[in-house]
Design a protein around this ligand. Structure first.
Ligand code: ADP
Ligand code: MG
Length: 324
């Protein structure tokens, strides 16, 4: 057991130096520098034990996911992630546990060259609040309200892996063998350690009309774009991308679709006008990110789904809302 100040001192030593950090951890506030003409992009997210992650999650995975979901919001704006602060509430000053949280957090932050520049440490039920600070050239942000009728609707990566991972966490699936074993490992990894699509978000500046990250579920998140832009979305349910790991475990198409709409994927959903759609192949290869066209925007409201025959189908269940 060491005190809060030893912990903060170890954080100060471990937080790497990055350009733009004039003063990081150790003073009353951080002092940061931006390029002339850049807008500052700020986002905050909290992860609460038992709500956003199961209580028995490995602490390094908790730290990693906290950073990943926050940077995902910057990715959805098209921002470059630069700095962050961490408000950490711990039940006790268990230095081993706290160090493991920070291991995971810094692993993700360092891999995207993001500096940890400050925060706060308090005692209480475990929760982590990260404030992520990014930058982008003024006027280039990807917002929810810029979509137009006729835009193609796209999603990065694949959907449903995290939800399937949550379903397969239990010990009863741990004895799976061969392809199922590898697939389960991959799904659990996607649940514990999502990849924020920062390179893709930046590449979509000047290309996408609107963008959002898929956290609550595709229907809910794309619904925000529709509402903000005053449009409807029509999705071809069969075109939603599924990973090989997902289809290895889930062969029933209805169950697959429910998982794909369940959220926690941290993929980007964005809309692109027809004349810019040809640019996407190059962006996908330059950013090493699969991109799939899943539908189109039209006059109207709400998110609608077409079945394999191209007929409108009832909106499938899926998605997550606090206080519902
Ligand atoms: P103050 O009383 O001024 O709030 P603190 O003791 O809370 O000072 O923090 C001292 C320094 O350590 C500050 O730079 C603060 O930003 C940093 N800090 C405290 N907790 C954390 C944390 N969990 N993560 C990153 N930096 C932290
Ligand atoms: Mg403080």
């Amino acid at each position: 057991m060491a005190g809060e100040f030893d912990f903060i001192e170890s954080l100060r030593q471990r937080a790497q130096h990055h350009p733009g950090v004039i003063r990081g951890i150790g003073d009353d506030a951080a002092l940061l520098e931006f390029e002339p003409g850049d807008h500052c992009v700020v986002s905050t997210d909290t992860l609460v034990a038992g709500v956003h992650f199961p209580l028995d999650t490995a602490p390094s995975d908790i730290g990693y996911k906290t950073a990943a979901v926050n940077l995902s919001d910057l990715a959805a704006m098209g921002a470059r992630a630069r700095f962050c602060t961490l408000a950490l509430t711990l039940p006790s000053m268990d230095t081993g546990y706290a160090a493991a949280l920070i291991d995971g957090l810094l692993e993700l932050l360092d891999s995207h060259a993001v500096a940890l520049v400050g925060g706060d440490t308090t005692r209480g039920p475990l929760s982590l609040t990260l404030t992520a600070i990014g930058s982008l050239p003024a006027g280039t942000a990807l917002t929810r309200d810029g979509a137009r009728a006729g835009d193609g609707v796209y999603v990065s990566g694949s959907l449903g892996d995290a939800a399937a991972g949550l379903m397969l966490r239990g010990a009863e699936h741990a004895s799976a063998e061969g392809e199922h074993r590898l697939a389960r490992k991959r799904l659990l990894q996607r649940l514990a350690r999502p990849s924020p699509r920062l390179a893709l978000g930046m590449a979509l500046r000047g290309i996408a009309h609107s963008c959002i990250d898929v956290s609550d579920g595709l229907g809910a998140d794309l619904g925000h774009i529709c509402r903000a832009s005053g449009l409807a979305a029509v999705l071809e349910s069969a075109s939603l991308p599924a990973s090989r790991a997902l289809t290895t475990w889930i062969t029933n198409p209805q169950q697959q679709l429910a998982l794909q709409l369940a959220g926690d994927d941290y993929e980007l959903c964005f809309t692109v006008p027809p004349e810019r759609e040809p640019a996407l192949a190059q962006i996908a290869s330059a950013t090493h990110t699969p991109i799939t066209r899943i539908g189109i925007l039209a006059p109207g409201e709400g998110v609608h789904y077409l079945d394999v025959a191209g007929e409108l189908m009832p909106a499938p269940a899926g998605g997550y809302e606090h206080f519902r």
